[in-house]
Design a protein around this ligand. Structure first.
Ligand code: SF4
Ligand code: SF4
Ligand code: SF4
Length: 278
């Protein structure tokens, strides 16, 4: 019998891009398979072992029934790792939290939507269960995944960079996009992706979450300088991080309008959602 730690991968509401990144990482770092035994990974294998010590959870919690499944995973695993922005932050799924659930259901699925699909505001998995480690990003960075797995196998607590993305961007010798007329959230975003988006000419959207000293008012000033309205700025702040910003209480840098949009009616889709089979 193998003495290797048993690991399992689970997906909740997500695009499964982070699991794909894991598969990609395993193809180039096959040595990892000498150190662990994968017992469950729906995207890569059919076996479904329920005996595991480390659980990687991708995706947000977006319905009540997700909570039971998450608690089952937590009860079984010694270590639970949030894999990617959906699990870590709520991610892009939490954009829907700007509107009422009924609004979103009919916008996407038409009038049947309310009955057809169970849904509630998107939450990171840490809102339901204790999380021991986080691998941020949308999608995750494969090298960070490998580094964090290695640290966990050595019994070390994985540590994330606690400084802004701009540090990595400067080290890459990029010209700053914010000075070139392109909005970039690098000053408030946690580093760790080697500033991949600015390096390829796109502004950072904050998919790794905020660093601990993020100065949102200064960021807002920079974004106003690009001609963005307060609503546009709130939309950028909440693309991946709506859940966090809503739960910052009085410290939330969101303007009241961002919360008020909850009451705005969205148009109903023409799509007639099929009823879910019992
Ligand atoms: S974090 Fe991004 S890539 Fe990963 S599952 Fe969520 S949407 Fe997909
Ligand atoms: S491009 Fe973005 S990440 Fe790079 S230095 Fe400018 S603000 Fe920071
Ligand atoms: S540059 Fe920003 S948006 Fe792009 S991967 Fe890094 S943290 Fe995410």
């Amino acid at each position: 019998m193998s003495n290797k730690p048993k690991i399992a991968f689970f997906d909740f509401t997500s695009c499964e891009g982070c699991q794909l990144t894991v598969i990609d990482a395993l193809q180039t770092h096959l040595g990892l398979l000498d150190l662990v035994e994968i017992v469950q990974f729906r995207e890569a294998m059919t076996e479904k072992g329920e005996d595991y010590q480390i659980a990687f959870v991708e995706g947000s919690c977006t319905r009540k029934s997700d909570e039971d499944r998450l608690r089952q995973i937590r009860n079984q695993a010694d270590v639970v790792v949030a894999l990617g922005a959906c699990a870590h932050l709520g991610g892009i799924n939490s954009m829907k939290n700007r509107w009422t659930i009924e609004n979103v259901q009919t916008y996407v699925y038409g009038q049947n939507g309310k009955e057809a699909y169970e849904s509630y505001p998107a939450r990171p998995i840490s809102a339901v269960v204790q999380v021991d480690a986080v691998i941020p990003g949308c999608p995750i960075d494969r090298f960070e995944f490998l580094r964090i797995v290695q640290q966990m196998l050595q019994g070390r607590k994985p540590k994330l960079p606690d400084y802004p993305l701009c540090v990595e961007c400067k080290l890459a010798e990029n010209a700053c996009l914010n000075t070139l007329g392109k909005p970039c959230l690098g000053p408030i975003t946690r580093a760790g992706c080697d500033a991949i988006c600015p390096t390829y000419g796109d502004g950072c959207e904050g998919c790794r979450g905020w660093h601990p000293e993020a100065n949102f008012e200064h960021m807002r000033e920079i974004l106003r300088g690009h001609g963005l309205s307060e609503e546009d700025i709130d939309a950028r702040f909440t693309m991946f991080n709506h859940y966090q910003m809503e739960h910052m209480g009085e410290d939330s840098p969101l303007k009241p309008e961002a919360v008020l949009s909850r009451n705005e009616a969205l148009p109903s889709s023409d799509f007639a959602a099929p009823q879910e089979a019992d």
